[in-house]
Write a protein that binds this ligand. Structure first.
Ligand code: ATP
Ligand code: CA
Length: 714
C-alpha cells in the first residue's frame, strides 16, 4: 500500500494545464505582433518614412547623428517590448493565486482546511464525488442494537440468560480481540472507552449490557499471537492460552458473512454445540441480510480450540472449522442534512458514489437513506456492486459499467483506488472523501482528496488536498461551491484581461503599420497592464459564491476554459474599443480640434476608462444584471475608485512621466461618455444566443448555425 501512496505524480491540475496552454498561445500572438511592429517601424524609419514633431524627416541617411539613430531605435524596440509585456498575461498566475488564497481563507470558516491550493479550483470542475460511508454520511456513533445467538435473537431482558460456557467464550473474544480499552476510574463512574467506533460500540455493549468484566478477563489470559484488523480481510483475530492449559484458543471477529464462511459449528440459544449444515448457513446468511437491510453493520464472533503438540503451540490462527459464537448488529445513524447535500450535488450535475468496506445490504440501506440510491436500484441494474465483482471485471467491462455504479460495498483499498483510476480514465474529474489509512491510495490518486478532520487518520490527512474539519458531507458540497466560484472568478478575469490584450494589440498594430507611431506609450501601456493584471485580479477574484453556481453542470475536463459565451462578450467589447480608439487616432485631431499630444491623451484616457467600465461587465458572464450583489463586494468598489483616482492623477498631474496633457471638462466628459457605452453594448451582446453545448447536443444544431461560433485556441 505504501508504494501506491508514495508514487507522486507530477500532474497538473486541469485548470493549470489549460491556463498554461492559454498563456503560451497568447504569448505567441503577442510576440508575433511585436515582431511585426518592430519590423514595420524599423523599415519605415530607415527608409525615411517617419517624421518628427516639426514635420522633418527623421532619418536622412548618413547625415543623421548616430545618437539620434540610437535614440529612435531604442524607442522602437521599447515599443515592441511593451507590446509583448502587455500581451503576455503575466497577471494570470497572480489572479489564480489571489483567488485561491482568498477562497482558502473563506473556506476555513466553512470547515474546510485547504492543504493544496490548486485543489479548490479543481473542485470547481469535479464531475464525480466518491464518498466513504462511515463518518462522512453517517455520524460514526455506533451502538449495538441487535444480538443473535445461533438462529435466535436475544432481547435486552434475556441477555443475562446466556449459557455460561458461551458467555465465557464471548467474553474472552471481546476482551482480548480488540484494540480498544476500558478505563474505569471509580466503581460508580461511567467507564471511559477508547478505540475505533466499532470497537467502542462492542466494548460498551459487552460491559454495560452483558455485564462482562473486560479488564479482569484480560489479566487471566496470555496472548500468543495477534492478527490486527485489516481492511483487506475485514477481520481481526487473536491466538491465546489460558493459564496452565495445554490448548490454544483462536478468536475471530469481523465482517459477519466472511466469518460465517469460516465456521462449521455454532452454539444455539441453550448453549448446545451444533454443526452447521448448508441449509443453516443459508438461514444465518438471511439473518445477516435482514440486519444489514436495516442499515446495521454486522459483526460476527467465532472461536476454535486446538490442542498443543507436546507443549509446542503453533503460532498460526485457525481459519476454518470455527464455531460461531454470535452475531451483533451495530447501528450508525445517518447525519442530518446529508440528504439535502446529496440532492444539491445531483442538481449541480455531480455524481455521488458511495465506496465502503461494509456489507452490500448495509451499504445499500444507507445509500437509500442518504438519497444516493433509489429504492428500485440494486445489483440487478448494476447500481450496486461488491469490491470483488468490480475487481474481477475485465477492463472493458469495468469501463462500460462504471458510470452506472452508485454503491461499491465490501471494497478493499485496492478497489477504491481502481475505481478512482477508472473514473479518471473515463474523463471524470474525481473528488474522493476518506478517513482511514485504507483510503490513502485513493485519496492520493483522486483529482481532489478530501480527508476527515475528526475521525481521519494522519495518513489519510497527509494524502489529502483538503481536510474537512467537521467530517460532514455537507461541507464537501460547500467546497464544491467554492471550487466553482474560483473557476468562474478565473474565467471572469480571463475575459476581462483578454479584452484589454486584444484591444491594445490591435490599436498599436494598426497605428504602427499605418502611421509609424504607436499611440499608447510604454509608460501608458504598463499602467494599463497594472490595472488589468494586479488590480483587476484583486477586484474580480474576491466575489462570493452565488447560488446560481450550483445550477450549472460541471465543466469537467473537456470544456474549454474560454467558453463561446466569453468569446462573444470579449470580442464585442474589444471590437468596440478598437473601433472607437482608431477613430480617435485618425479623426480625433479634427473632431476635437486639438493637437497630437492631447489626442494621444484622449486615446489613453478613453482606453483606460473603457477597461474600468468593462470591469463591471466582467462580473457576470451570462446574466444581464452586472450590478447584482455589488454592494457586498466592497473590495471591487474600492479598486474601481482607486483606479479612477490614479487615472486622474496620471492625466492631470504626471504630465512628464506619463506623456499626457491636461484635459478640460468637455474632453473628460467625452472620454467617460464613450466608456459608459460599454455597458449597454455588454447587455445587448448577451442577447446573442450562444450554445454552450454545441458538440454534445444534436437538438441545438439548427440554432447553432445562426449563432456566433468562434474557433477556440486549443
Ligand atoms: N474493529 C473491527 N474488528 C473487526 N471487524 C471490523 C472492525 N471494524 C470494521 N470491521 C469490519 O470491516 C468492515 C469495514 O471495513 P473497512 O474498515 O475496510 O471499511 P471502510 O472502507 O473504512 O468503510 P467505511 O466506508 O464504512 O468507512 C466493517 O463492515 C466490519 O464488518
Ligand atoms: Ca473508512
Amino acid at each position: 500500500m505504501m508504494s501506491s501512496i508514495c508514487h507522486d505524480l507530477d500532474e497538473q491540475t486541469p485548470l493549470q494545464a489549460r491556463l498554461n496552454k492559454l498563456t503560451s498561445s497568447i504569448g505567441k500572438v503577442g510576440l508575433t505582433v511585436a515582431v511585426l511592429v518592430l519590423a514595420v517601424l524599423m523599415i519605415r524609419y530607415f527608409t525615411g518614412n517617419t517624421r518628427d514633431d516639426n514635420g522633418r524627416k527623421e532619418y536622412v541617411g548618413s547625415q543623421t547623428k548616430v545618437s539620434d539613430v540610437l535614440d529612435s531605435v531604442v524607442g522602437i524596440i521599447a515599443a515592441a517590448v511593451t507590446i509583448v509585456v502587455v500581451a503576455i498575461p503575466e497577471g494570470l498566475p497572480l489572479a489564480v493565486t489571489l483567488t485561491l488564497a482568498y477562497s482558502m481563507k473563506r473556506m476555513m470558516k466553512d470547515n474546510a482546511m485547504v492543504r493544496k491550493l490548486s485543489a479548490c479550483e479543481t473542485m470547481g470542475s469535479a464531475t464525480t464525488i466518491c464518498t466513504d460511508k462511515t463518518g462522512t454520511l453517517t455520524l460514526n456513533q455506533m451502538k449495538v442494537t441487535e444480538f443473535w445467538l445461533g438462529k435466535e435473537t436475544i432481547g435486552d431482558n434475556a441477555l443475562t440468560e446466556i449459557e455460561s460456557e458461551v458467555y465465557q467464550l464471548l467474553q474472552e473474544g471481546v476482551a482480548l480481540n480488540t484494540t480498544g480499552t476500558i478505563n474505569k476510574l471509580h466503581a460508580t463512574s461511567v467507564p471511559e472507552i477508547t478505540g475505533s467506533p466499532t470497537e467502542k460500540a462492542i466494548l460498551s455493549w459487552a460491559q454495560m449490557d452483558l455485564g462482562m468484566n473486560i479488564n479482569e478477563t484480560r489479566e487471566k489470559l496470555e496472548i500468543i499471537h495477534v492478527e490486527t484488523f485489516s481492511s483487506e480481510k475485514k477481520r481481526s483475530g487473536v491466538l491465546m492460552r489460558k493459564n496452565n492449559e495445554k490448548v490454544t484458543h483462536t478468536h475471530w471477529k469481523g465482517a459477519a458473512e466472511m466469518i460465517l464462511a469460516m465456521c462449521s459449528n455454532y452454539y444455539d440459544r441453550n448453549g448446545a454445540l451444533k454443526s452447521l449444515n448448508e441449509e443453516e448457513k443459508v438461514q444465518l446468511g438471511a439473518i445477516i441480510h435482514s440486519m444489514a437491510s436495516k442499515s446495521l453493520r454486522c459483526i460476527a464472533f467465532a472461536h476454535k480450540t486446538v490442542a498443543e503438540d507436546n507443549g509446542q503451540a503453533s503460532e498460526k490462527l485457525q481459519e476454518s472449522g470455527l464455531t460461531l459464537l454470535g452475531l451483533v448488529g451495530l447501528k450508525d445513524p445517518c447525519r442530518p442534512g446529508v440528504r439535502t447535500a446529496v440532492e444539491s450535488c445531483k442538481s449541480a450535475g455531480v455524481n455521488v458514489k458511495m465506496i465502503t468496506g461494509d456489507n452490500v445490504h448495509t451499504a445499500r440501506a444507507i445509500a437509500i437513506e442518504c438519497g444516493i440510491l433509489n429504492p428500485e436500484q440494486d445489483m440487478q441494474n448494476g447500481a450496486v456492486v461488491e469490491g470483488v465483482q468490480f475487481r474481477n471485471y475485465s477492463p472493458e467491462e469495468r469501463m462500460a459499467k462504471i458510470d452506472n455504479i452508485l454503491v461499491m460495498a465490501r471494497s478493499s483499498p485496492f478497489d477504491k483506488l481502481l475505481m478512482v483510476q477508472c473514473l479518471k480514465e473515463k474523463g471524470h474529474v474525481v473528488a474522493v472523501t476518506g478517513d482511514g489509512t485504507n483510503d490513502a491510495p485513493a485519496l492520493k490518486e483522486a483529482d481532489i482528496g478530501l480527508s476527515m478532520g475528526i475521525q481521519g487518520t494522519e495518513v489519510a490527512k497527509e494524502s489529502s488536498d483538503i481536510v474537512i474539519l467537521d467530517d460532514n458531507f455537507s461541507s464537501v458540497v460547500t467546497v464544491l461551491r467554492w471550487g466553482r466560484c474560483v473557476y468562474s472568478s478565473i474565467q471572469k478575469f480571463i475575459q476581462f484581461q483578454l479584452t484589454v490584450n486584444v484591444a491594445a494589440l490591435a490599436i498599436n498594430f494598426v497605428a504602427a503599420i499605418s502611421s509609424g507611431k504607436v499611440p499608447l506609450t510604454a509608460v501608458q501601456l504598463l499602467w494599463v497592464n497594472l490595472i488589468m493584471d494586479t488590480l483587476g485580479a484583486l477586484a474580480l477574484a474576491t466575489e462570493q459564491p452565488s447560488s446560481d453556481l450550483m445550477e450549472k453542470t460541471p465543466v469537467g475536463r473537456s470544456e474549454p476554459l474560454i467558453t463561446k459565451i466569453m468569446w462573444r462578450n470579449l470580442l464585442a467589447q474589444a471590437l468596440y474599443q478598437v473601433a472607437i480608439l482608431l477613430t480617435l487616432q485618425f479623426k480625433g485631431k479634427a473632431m476635437f480640434g486639438v493637437d497630437e499630444k492631447i489626442k494621444n491623451t484622449l486615446i489613453f484616457n478613453t482606453f483606460v476608462l473603457c477597461q474600468v467600465f468593462n470591469e463591471f461587465n466582467a462580473r457576470k458572464l451570462e446574466k444581464k444584471n452586472i450590478f447584482k450583489g455589488i454592494h457586498k463586494n466592497k473590495l471591487f468598489l474600492a479598486i474601481i475608485g482607486i483606479t479612477i483616482i490614479l487615472q486622474v492623477i496620471m492625466v492631470e498631474l504626471l504630465k512628464k512621466f506619463a506623456s499626457t496633457e491636461r484635459l478640460n471638462w468637455e474632453q473628460w466628459g467625452a472620454c467617460i461618455g464613450i466608456a459608459v457605452l460599454s455597458w449597454p453594448i455588454g447587455c445587448l451582446v448577451k442577447c446573442i444566443p450562444v450554445s454552450s453545448k454545441q458538440l454534445m447536443d444534436p437538438k441545438n444544431t439548427a440554432t447553432n448555425q445562426l449563432s456566433f461560433s468562434f474557433t477556440q485556441p486549443r
